[in-house]
Design a protein around this ligand. Structure first.
Ligand SMILES: [Zn+2]
Length: 246
């Protein structure tokens, strides 16, 4: 995604931000995206945002290169003393360091950081929805990496699709469990947005009956915003088209 569009490259949308690690006390710099300057081109059906010249998902997680503590940038400092102790024991003690990147993150560098955030979220027993959301972001990174392939060989494309689906299934299972244990908003989503996302993920993971149930519910329920009802109808239609083809 380094191609020049309007003379701007990915690096023009990225800056280094200084963080102090709450686990080891190290001051370090991580790359963040300058959201204000970016142009949103659209979103995938599962709400993955697509921006001109940059895949912002690469910059959503912040990782300490010294001890391996990592989290979504938004909640980077939200960590209790007990969680710090667990992370020192389970992650920091085994961590071998991370190569610094000061210009842009490649997909592989972003995947390392985002997977570290997932490991941290699981070890510290963070919210189920946090881990699920990080799994979704990993799935999106594999999709981004697949879309970036210049000469997509079938085998490579298949491998990346498989990894994307694997993390999407984890995200779906995590979100489902979170919905029985957490109160809305879940991962920043209201009930309707959340149900739509579950429907779309169910479709992508091939749980067609689940997807159909969720969209029907969204279409007939009162209080669902028109914008979400429209998306639910689109999803229902695309499922019906697929079924008619089969
Ligand atoms: Zn640290």
């Amino acid at each position: 995604m380094d191609e020049k569009i309007n003379g701007r490259t990915e690096a023009d949308y990225v800056f280094e931000k200084t963080y102090v690690c709450p686990v080891c006390g190290t001051t370090f710099k991580a790359l963040r995206a300058r959201t204000g300057r970016m142009k949103l081109l659209g979103t995938d059906p599962d709400m993955r945002p697509i921006y001109q010249s940059i895949d912002v998902i690469k910059y959503d997680c912040v990782a300490c290169e010294n001890c391996g503590y990592a989290a979504m940038a938004k909640g980077f400092d939200e960590i209790s003393d007990t969680q710090i102790k667990i992370i020192r024991k389970e992650i920091a003690s085994k961590f071998k360091g991370l190569k610094h990147a000061s210009r842009v993150y490649t997909y592989d560098e972003a995947l390392i950081r985002t997977k570290l955030a997932l490991a941290n979220s699981m070890v510290k027993h963070g919210k189920l929805s946090d881990s699920a959301y990080i799994c979704l972001k990993i799935a999106w990174l594999y999709r981004g990496k697949r879309n970036e392939l210049i000469a997509p060989g079938e085998e490579r494309t298949r491998q990346l699709s498989k990894l994307e689906k694997e993390y999407m299934n984890k995200a779906l299972a995590g979100f489902k469990e979170a919905s029985t244990k957490e109160m809305f908003p879940i991962a920043g989503m209201d009930e309707w947005t959340f149900d739509f996302l579950l429907a779309e993920l169910s479709r992508e993971c091939n749980y067609i009956e689940d997807a159909k149930k969720l969209v029907s519910h969204l279409i007939v329920s009162k209080n669902v915003p028109e914008r979400i009802k429209d998306k639910a109808r689109e999803l229902r239609d695309s499922i019906m088209e697929k079924e008619a083809e089969a």
